[in-house]
Design a binder for this molecule. Structure first.
Ligand SMILES: [Zn+2]
Length: 116
């Protein structure tokens, strides 16, 4: 299956503070690590169960990173999500493929001027 919500390849560049995902449809997405951490979908980072299920905010990828991160492990959860272990030990966020792809598409939309 090669679609926009399957992943072919993941790589992390800690010097650049970027995580890259090569999606099944050939699109390469690059996520700034601090932004990716700020959209962590776990209940703790979201600030409560009532905030679960909301979209990841692509503005966080535009905001300048303030903190340097290391991703010490990336664990696939079935074929639908990734679990990152961050350098502070936090690993409770399950980043669904579909949410990561949506985040990237939203980010690109934010970068594209709407009044062209
Ligand atoms: Zn979290």
């Amino acid at each position: 299956m090669s679609t926009s919500s399957t992943i072919q390849k993941i790589s992390v560049d800690h010097d650049q503070q970027m995580l890259s995902i090569l999606w099944g449809d050939g699109e390469t997405a690059e996520y700034q690590l601090d932004g990716l951490r700020r959209v962590c979908p776990c209940v703790f980072c979201r600030g409560g169960h009532e905030n679960m299920g909301q979209k990841m905010d692509a503005q966080e990828l535009i905001r300048k990173g303030k903190r340097n991160w290391k991703i010490t492990a990336i664990k696939p959860i079935g074929n639908y999500a990734l679990q990152f272990t961050w350098s502070d030990g936090h690993n409770s966020g399950l980043y669904q493929f579909i949410a990561l792809r949506q985040l990237w598409d939203d980010y690109l939309n934010l970068l594209t001027p709407k009044d062209l």
